[in-house]
Design a protein around this ligand. Structure first.
Ligand SMILES: CC(C)(COP(=O)(O)OP(=O)(O)OC[C@H]1O[C@@H](n2cnc3c(N)ncnc32)[C@H](O)[C@@H]1OP(=O)(O)O)[C@@H](O)C(=O)NCCC(=O)NCCS
Length: 185
């Protein structure tokens, strides 16, 4: 059985390793620490019966808009996919954004080729495509910029134009730091 709980500082290394295993977008440890110290309520981990981390969601509040949340990263280990873990992680993060920060909307980026994640966001969680950001990723692949309203329309103060502001891209991990974090070639 997999359980979901808030992220603790002791999870950050396992979270970074899961990210290195699952995604081409990797971050330095200081970025995970910054997230955790700044928005401790917004990131969650999934763990198995043996307390091994099998998934995580890293979320934050947009530095330019306190009512807008952003999903920085989401991953589930291959061994635990298609069990609804990512859906649960995302729903926890969305609920925490509303409960803790009274967020009205949450945004994210996803590679155009990432069918699994796109289907999860679009079909299951009902995110809408806001725009296509050309060559958003380091390897020049385009991103869908997607948003989900967390409140009914009449309670929203955020306007459409606010949603198109570009998120600051996190600093990518250096090759040496990636090796040190244990990535196999
Ligand atoms: C994308 C990812 C997080 C999904 O995790 P997951 O725990 O397997 O997702 P869930 O079990 O909650 O899936 C929910 C729904 O998403 C869709 N989905 C998930 N994996 C899919 C796949 N491989 N192909 C198509 N749709 C998929 C399905 O609609 C699924 O519902 P279903 O199981 O009823 O068909 C996981 O595949 C992953 O970690 N991928 C690598 C990292 C990544 O791409 N992260 C997102 C970056 S934006």
């Amino acid at each position: 059985m997999v359980s979901i709980r808030p992220c603790q500082v002791s999870d950050l290394l396992a979270m970074q390793n899961a990210n290195l295993t699952c995604l081409p977008e990797n971050y330095q440890m200081k970025y995970y620490l910054y997230h955790h110290l700044t928005w401790p309520q917004l990131s969650f981990v999934a763990e198995d019966e043996g307390n091994k981390l099998v998934g995580y969601v890293l979320a934050k509040i947009d530095e330019n808009n306190p009512k807008k949340g952003h999903i920085t990263s989401l991953a589930v280990l291959r061994s635990h996919r298609k069990l609804g873990v990512a859906t649960k992680l995302m729903k926890q993060a969305q609920a925490a954004l509303v409960e803790t920060f009274d967020a009205e909307v949450v945004s994210l980026h996803v590679r155009k080729s990432n069918r699994a994640a796109f289907t999860l966001y679009h079909e299951i969680l009902k995110f809408k495509i806001q725009e296509i950001e050309k060559e958003y990723y380091g390897d020049k692949e385009d991103a869908y910029s997607m948003t989900l309203a967390l409140k009914p329309e009449h309670e929203m103060t955020i306007k459409d134009k606010d949603l198109k502001k570009e998120e600051k891209k996190p600093e990518p991990i250096k090759k040496a730091a990636k090796k040190a974090a244990g990535k196999k070639k």
